[in-house]
Write a protein of this length. Structure first.
Length: 458
């Protein structure tokens, strides 16, 4: 029996024990057994739902003076641990009534993250306990339509409850939202008046404005190469190392060792998994940045670590096969990579920074409605918009949780983005409810890569 089969069997045993404990109203035991079931077999949504039901049935009790030192010690210990190990400590402290630990568990639930049933259950319990940070978060989500329709009445209800409990951030947010609403109404009225006073051009004037916009769009288009993954017959390892692909065997030369990172907890080396490699290909109009012959990415998504390796010279006579040191079941399957070339333009709101003249020209075609004009003409001319996909070059497709923003420095190239589809739908074994993106930029002057790994907490 391999490791995966063992874990699935353990998950099933924990699930059965947890359900039986629920029937006997042994809620603490049920919570722990069902929690372990999710840990052993993350992909089984039945286990997450059962764990959530157990949490709601058990509830969060007030922290009493006798348990407070123990909860504080657990919380402090969790801060020292790696992400997967600290979940147990947070859960133990939360069941003692330590609300800060329950909130930490909710925010940083590595095996499932924010949109899972257990996270929803924790949020309900924290709201019921009038925990100010949870009230504030729920209010902000309602105010800005994060995870659902915008609901200002509900937003103010949460924020005012948090403010009444002395949560200063909610007091500031209430004022900011009110001011924002006032400014929104003023902008809409100003836009209405502007459009009345500035009707769209007609005839030759309109044609000239659209032609000027089309020229500007062509000038700002960037080449991008979309990755296409094909699950064809896996070639022999010696062929794999010289081809663009994910999984399988990467290219190495004599003297190179398998990439690792140092585990901060025990200072031990841990091997990264191999994600993909892309060779420079003269047949493609979109290539890797000048001077780069091979791009490789190694990763450990559980610990949110990755390494990008660049070969500027290749000596294939010195190529060697190195077997992936990780267990077989943890690796992704081999897929060949081919590239499809497209012309890409930035999203309209990024264009305000990266190509402001196109936004100005779009506004001339139809004053007050430039965004619609921009997208309509992009589609007509066959330009691609940034995608939730994997590709080289082009413009980056921003995720909701990204802090990166678009790069304005002319020496910084959009290198690539790798899209990880949620719930294991894509080829990269990303088994989570929330999708993610690995962004990378290339500095022409320093010849170094800047990268950012972003999880989209939807």
């Amino acid at each position: 029996m391999n490791d995966t089969e063992n874990e699935i069997e353990n998950a099933s045993l924990c699930f059965d024990r947890g359900k039986e404990a629920l029937k006997r109203n042994e809620n603490d035991i049920a919570v722990w057994d069902l929690f372990r079931a999710t840990r052993f077999d993350f992909s089984n949504k039945k286990y997450h739902a059962a764990f959530a039901d157990a949490l709601l049935k058990r509830g969060l009790t007030p922290l009493n003076a006798k348990d407070a030192p123990r909860a504080k010690k657990l919380c402090a210990e969790a801060d020292k641990r790696r992400s997967l190990l600290r979940l147990d400590l947070w859960l133990e402290a939360a069941l003692l009534g330590h609300l800060d630990s329950a909130f930490s568990l909710f925010k940083d639930f590595v095996v499932a993250v924010i949109t899972t049933p257990e996270a929803d259950a924790l949020e309900k319990l924290l709201l019921a306990a009038n925990y100010p940070p949870s009230l504030h978060r729920a209010g902000i989500n309602c105010a800005y339509g994060m995870g659902g329709p915008r609901d200002l009445k509900k937003a103010f209800g949460y924020l005012e409850r948090a403010a009444s409990l002395g949560y200063a951030e909610s007091v500031r947010s209430i004022e900011n939202i009110k001011q924002g609403e006032k400014e929104r109404i003023e902008r809409e009225e100003a836009a209405r008046v502007y459009m009345e006073q500035n009707p769209p051009p007609k005839g030759k004037e309109k044609q000239a404005a659209e032609e000027a916009l089309a020229q500007s769009l062509h000038a700002h288009a960037k080449k991008a190469a979309l990755f296409v993954f094909t699950n064809e017959k896996t070639p022999p390892p010696k062929q794999q190392i010289l081809q663009s692909h994910i999984g399988g065997y990467p290219y190495f030369e004599k003297g190179v060792t398998w990439p690792c990172y140092v585990n901060e907890e025990d200072n031990q080396k841990v091997p990264l998994d191999f994600l993909l490699q892309v060779f420079q290909d003269d047949a493609n109009s979109v290539a890797l940045p000048e001077g780069i012959k091979l791009l490789q990415i190694f990763y450990d998504w559980n610990e949110r670590k990755h390494r990008i390796t660049l070969y500027r010279q290749l000596n294939t006579e010195k190529s060697v096969l190195i077997k992936n040191p990780l267990p077989r079941d943890s690796k992704i399957k081999y897929h060949a990579i081919s590239l499809v070339n497209v012309d890409m333009l930035p999203d309209y709101y990024d264009a305000e920074i990266l190509a402001p003249e196109t936004v100005t020209l779009a506004g001339k075609v139809h004053p007050g409605n430039g965004e619609s004009v921009y997208y309509r003409l992009c589609e007509k001319l066959g330009f691609t918009q940034p995608l939730l996909d994997s590709y080289l070059g082009g413009y980056m497709g921003e995720m909701d949780n990204s802090s990166r923003g678009q790069k304005e420095d002319k020496n910084i190239l959009n290198f690539f983005q790798i899209y990880l589809e949620s719930d294991g739908e894509g080829p990269f074994r990303w088994r989570r409810w929330d999708d993610a993106m690995l962004y990378a930029y290339y500095d022409i002057k320093t010849k170094k890569v800047q990268s950012e790994f972003v999880i989209n907490y939807d």
